[in-house]
Ligand binder design. Structure first.
Ligand code: FMN
Length: 317
C-alpha cells in the first residue's frame, strides 16, 4: 500500500502525512521540526480573523524553510478573514477554514465547529472566502453537530460546488468532543462519494494507525494531532510505513531528547512567545513514550528556569 502524493489544487505534497492545526502546538518551531521529520504539510494553529491584525505578536510568523505550509483561519466575518488572508498570503501555500473547533466560546460566537452543524451558513462564508483567496483553499470540519444530524455529506457537496480544494474531516461530532472513537467507517463512505481530496483526521497515534487509516478509509492523506505532540517520530515512522518499509518500533530517551533539543533551538529562533512554561510542556511531551520516564517528567515540572531544565535533561544549554 503506497498512498500517492497529495494534490491540493496545483500544489503537490509528496508525503500525504499532515500535522494538524493545534493551538500552542502547531507553531512555527514545531511545524518546521515535523516537516523535517517527514510531514508533507503542516497547518498552523488557528489564527483568529479580527484579532490577528491587532495582536500579531501572539502568533509566530511563517518561515520560508517550513513551506509548503497551511494557515488555518477561524472566524465568521468575511472582511476580517480577507484582511488576515492579505497579511499572510505571501508566506503560506494553503488557506484553511476552521469549521470544526468545538470550544464553547467559538460555538457561542458561531465560529469554528458551529459551521459543522450549519452547512448552508458554512457555504455562504466559504463562497465569500473563495472569492478573495487565490491560494488553494481547504476546510477542516467535523461530521456534524451530533450523531442525529450528520451534515457532512451536505457539507461535502457545498464544498465541491464552491471550489474548495480539499476537505479535512475530524471524524467526530462537535457534541462528542473527544468522548467517542473517531468514525473511520463514515470517513470511508464520504471518501467513496467525494470528488475532492479527503484528509482523514482523528485517532491516528502511530505509524501503524496511519497505515490502517489509509487502508480502511481510502482517504488521500492523514492528519495527525495529539499523536504528534512531542512526537515528530510519528511522521518519520509513518513515512517509512506507508512506503512499505520497516520502521523503528520505539525511540529511545536519547533520541527523544535530541529531537527536543532541535525543537528548542527552533523555538529560540522563531517563537514570538519565549515562554518557559511552554518549553517545559514541550519537554514533558517529548519524553512521553520513552519507558521509565515518569520521574523525569515530575522533575521537569520542578524546573524553575532553562538552566535547571537542561540540567535535569542532561542537555548542554
Ligand atoms: C492541543 C490541541 C489544540 C488544537 N487546536 C486546534 C486548532 O487550532 N484548529 C483546529 O482545527 N483543530 C484543533 N485541534 C483539533 C486537532 O486539529 C484534531 O482535529 C483533533 O485533535 C483530532 O485529531 P487527533 O485524534 O489526531 O488528535 C486541537 C487539538 C488539540 C489536542
Amino acid at each position: 500500500m503506497k498512498p500517492k502524493p497529495l494534490k491540493i489544487d496545483n500544489l503537490k505534497i509528496d508525503t500525504p502525512l499532515i500535522l494538524a492545526p493545534m493551538c500552542d502546538v502547531s507553531r512555527a518551531p514545531y511545524r518546521l521540526l515535523c516537516k523535517e521529520f517527514g510531514a508533507g504539510l503542516a497547518y498552523s494553529e488557528m489564527l483568529e480573523a479580527g484579532k490577528f491584525k491587532m495582536d500579531r505578536k501572539q502568533f509566530d510568523d511563517f518561515i520560508e524553510e517550513e513551506r509548503p505550509v497551511g494557515a488555518q483561519i477561524v472566524g465568521n466575518n468575511a472582511d476580517n478573514i480577507k484582511s488576515l488572508v492579505e497579511s499572510i498570503q505571501d508566506k503560506v501555500d494553503i488557506i484553511d477554514f476552521n469549521a470544526g473547533c468545538s470550544k464553547r466560546r467559538y460555538i457561542a460566537r458561531k465560529w469554528g465547529g458551529w459551521f459543522s452543524g450549519h452547512p448552508e451558513e458554512l457555504g455562504k462564508i466559504l463562497s465569500k472566502t473563495r472569492d478573495f483567496v487565490n491560494l488553494p483553499l481547504t476546510v477542516k470540519v467535523r461530521l456534524g453537530m451530533n450523531r442525529k444530524e450528520p451534515e457532512i455529506f451536505r457539507i461535502l457537496e457545498l464544498c465541491e460546488d464552491i471550489g474548495i480544494d480539499a476537505i479535512a474531516i475530524h471524524a467526530r461530532f462537535v457534541a462528542h468532543n473527544y468522548l467517542d472513537k473517531a468514525d473511520w467507517n463514515l470517513l470511508k463512505k464520504i471518501k467513496d462519494v467525494a470528488n475532492i481530496p479527503v484528509i482523514a483526521n482523528g485517532d491516528i497515534f502511530s505509524a501503524k494507525d496511519a497505515v490502517r487509516a489509509f487502508q480502511e478509509t481510502g482517504c488521500d492523506a492523514v492528519m495527525i494531532g495529539r499523536g504528534a505532540m512531542g512526537n515528530p517520530f510519528v511522521f518519520s515512522d509513518a513515512k517509512l510505513a506507508i512506503a512499505g518499509k520497516d520502521y523503528p518500533k520505539e525511540h529511545s530517551l536519547e533520541e527523544r531528547l535530541s529531537a527536543f533539543s532541535r525543537f528548542l533551538s527552533y523555538y529560540k529562533k522563531y517563537s514570538q512567545k519565549q515562554n518557559f512554561a511552554e518549553i517545559k510542556a514541550q519537554a514533558t511531551w517529548f519524553t512521553v513514550g520513552a519507558p521509565g520516564t515518569r520521574k523525569l517528567r515530575v522533575d521537569i515540572q520542578k524546573a524553575k528556569n532553562e538552566d535547571e531544565l537542561m540540567h535535569i535533561l542532561k542537555l548542554g544549554s
